[in-house]
Design a protein around this ligand. Sequence first.
Ligand code: FES
Length: 106
Amino acid sequence: MPQWVRVAATSDCPPGQCCEVVAGDRIIALCNVEGTFYALEGFCPHAGGSLGKGSLQGCVLTCPRHGLQLDVRTGGYEISRPEIHPTFPVKVEGDEVYLDVAPAAE
Ligand code: FES
């Protein structure tokens, strides 16, 4: 069952930018790629950098601490890390951005 949580207004995160938002007890990196929003777990797996404060170029988000890069569409890392960074479904209703923070079904 989805658990949609409002996290931002669309104007809070303009195209080409990412921002840090809170969804329940989670910190999330919300990224706007040419008007399409993507959401990822907000802490970098390398050393806990804040991905929401990273830089976005196209679909590639760069961690502000040491430069780890990942594809915001998939959570895949640009270097040879086998893991996938957690992502969350996003929907936009009017001018509001919502995330589904329900645990993934197993
Ligand atoms: S904390 Fe993100 S690359 Fe080191």
